[in-house]
Design a protein around this ligand. Sequence first.
Ligand code: MN
Ligand code: MN
Length: 306
Amino acid sequence: MEKTLIFGHKSPDTDTITSAIVMADFEKKLGNDVEACRLGNLNKETKYVFDYLKINAPRLIEKVEEGQNVILVDHNEFKQSVDGIENANILKVIDHHTMDFKTSYQLFYHSEPVGCTATVLYKLYKQNGFEIDKNIAILMISAIISDTLLFKSPTCTDDDVKAVEELNKIAGLDINSYGTSMLKAGTDFSDVSETDLINLDAKEFMIGDIKTVVAQVSTVDIDEMMKRKDKIEDEIKKVIEDKKLGLFLFAITDIMNSNSQVIVLGENSNIVSLAYNVKLENNTAFLPGVVSRKKQIIPIISKVAN
Ligand code: MN
Ligand code: MN
């Protein structure tokens, strides 16, 4: 039997990459033949984690063959998954996102309303009485810090905080200083082109019948990023044209002060004005307190359109 491939979503973030590795470790403890993979390049935040641990990135894959056994982590929507997923054989899904998923066969599907896939995985280790080694603990902690912005995101739950507390008994990190360095490493986009910038962490979905993309970058300096606004807008316009989008929202999120500056384009951009009761000036607005795409952007703009 061929190896089961484990991977997270396209435009991978730290949770997606590390959860594939952690899940592979977990599956090996169950005696299964698996390999962690990735669907895109590592971002700088994830690179920081890999450099810290002196480990290599999982293998890059672009598509899977028909009948390939796979395990999905940190996503369930086929749109965000590997090419060929429709004809793959999904054995398991471990996730923490809303569910947009249907198969004609049975599988193991475990999703919890927590801030991070790693938190779900941590619970699975505990349930099975499996030991967690130091590197795996650091990978899980990194994922939780990333997804919860060091516990500041409204998506962060008590379970996420508790998981880090317990995992850190194994890892022995200074969570605040490690976490801040890791998050800051992820905000250096100086050598990233505008084309890549708007694709690094982009999620496509439907709001009613409006094809929408919400992309997000983290920063510690909104003004610095806004100097690139014109070029960013040019790239967004190309994507709108290519994908026939009604709305593209690009959120520049200040992870230290927990705010976002958004750049909004598309013929349905008034949805954003209505959702937040703000005026878009030159296609942009400041949204105080908004950091979470999952909790503070997607549901808010979806409500207006319905
Ligand atoms: Mn993710
Ligand atoms: Mn996640």
